[in-house]
Design a protein around this ligand. Structure first.
Ligand SMILES: Nc1ncnc2c1ncn2[C@@H]1O[C@H](COP(=O)(O)OP(=O)(O)OP(=O)(O)O)[C@@H](O)[C@H]1O
Length: 340
């Protein structure tokens, strides 16, 4: 198991120790002795098949489900000693079904927790406007609309804004983008990543989708039945070294390509400058997967790499990409096949 990833953070540390849940009348535990240490500001993905216990594990953190045994602390405080309502106000919660109140406007939906906390009207209004802007919905257009007057993706953004309203240190997200189409989903994921860069919440995020876990997670917990942790590590480490066959199955095909998607071009040692021809070029901040795409389009000819100012700072070819991953990833025949 890897060390928690470091990120200067506003979030809280969450420690689960031997947490078990046995539902009444069930022969075995849904979650069996689950332990995990989550650092402040980490974005942790729970990924696993339907029924393995992801949601049950997550919902014990805000006590929507009460643990049968074990302990959960947030910044050292045992959650069982806190009033559940107070606990839930300190934890943002976003679910796939969104759960906006249909008879309330968007502004009123976002204001639910601040109102419970007794904020004054001005403070609430300012916060609502700020949050709508954060999730890229124009307050003038959207504040007074009702949920049914928004698209699914827009409603999901409101769900995120509502969970952020009281600036909780912890967020729990249960398949939040699961019901959206692939394009909206990718957009919401990118927005969410940008947001997390700024906010550094501690986030537990449940998904079925391993690619989503790779894209978003600081660390991924691959879970099997009873919430058993098969591997808990960074996306790059899981892709490079799946712990067992179960994890390999989850990673699926194309592990090398997925890894390339995580590594920026500037981590490769670049070749000599080449002239920019047409649109086939990449930025130092693009991923090596983008660079590979560009190389396919260029027919294997080295592709120019541009810096933030648009100046050519070098070139990239298949061998430079392969060198970053390690020689074993691309078989020599393939690497040789596209050599210019
Ligand atoms: N209220 C309940 N009473 C009895 N059994 C339950 C209850 N809720 C969940 N379970 C069972 O506990 C196990 C774990 O369920 P859980 O919802 O945590 O899984 P999951 O991994 O989140 O699944 P999914 O991805 O389908 O949401 C399942 O076998 C499920 O049938």
């Amino acid at each position: 198991m890897s060390e928690p990833t470091s990120r200067a953070a506003a979030g809280a540390r969450i420690v689960l120790k031997d947490v078990t849940k046995v539902y009444p009348g069930q022969p075995g535990p849904a979650v069996d002795s689950f332990s995990m240490d989550i650092a402040p500001g980490e974005l942790i993905m729970f990924v696993g098949p339907s029924g393995c216990g992801k949601t049950t594990t997550m919902k014990m953190i805000n006590r929507i489900i009460e643990p049968t045994s074990g302990s959960i602390t947030i910044d050292g405080q045992d959650i069982l000693t806190l009033n559940p309502n107070e606990l839930r106000r300190r934890i943002g919660y976003v679910i796939q079904q969104i759960g906006l109140f249909p008879h309330m406007t968007i502004a009123e939906n976002i204001a639910v927790v601040p109102k419970l906390l007794g904020w004054d009207r001005n403070k609430i209004r300012n916060r609502v406007e700020e949050l709508l802007a954060v999730v890229e919905l124009d307050p003038k257009t959207f504040a007074s609309r009702y949920p049914r007057q928004l698209s699914g993706g827009q409603q999901q953004r409101v769900g995120v804004a509502r969970a952020l309203a009281a600036d909780p240190p912890v967020m729990l997200m249960d398949e939040p983008f699961g019901a959206t189409d692939p394009i909206t989903r990718e957009k919401l994921q990118s927005e969410f990543l940008r947001l997390q860069e700024k906010l550094s919440k501690t986030i537990v995020f449940v998904t079925h989708d391993f690619d989503e876990a790779v894209r978003l997670g600081d660390r991924i917990a691959v879970l099997s039945d009873h919430s058993s942790i098969e591997q808990f590590d960074t996306p790059a480490n899981i892709l490079a070294n799946p712990a067992n066959d179960y994890v390999s199955q989850f990673v699926g095909h194309g592990a090398a390509l997925k890894r390339l998607g995580l590594i920026p071009v500037h981590q490769a040692s670049l070749g000599p400058n080449v002239a920019v021809r047409g649109a086939i070029e990449v930025s130092v901040n693009d991923s090596l997967r983008d660079a590979l795409d560009a190389l396919v389009l260029s027919g294997g000819t080295p592709v120019a790499v541009l810096n933030d100012q648009g100046r050519v700072v070098g070139s990239i070819d298949i061998e430079k990409i392969s060198a970053v991953l390690g020689a074993e990833i691309l078989p020599p025949a393939l690497a040789g096949g596209v050599r210019p």
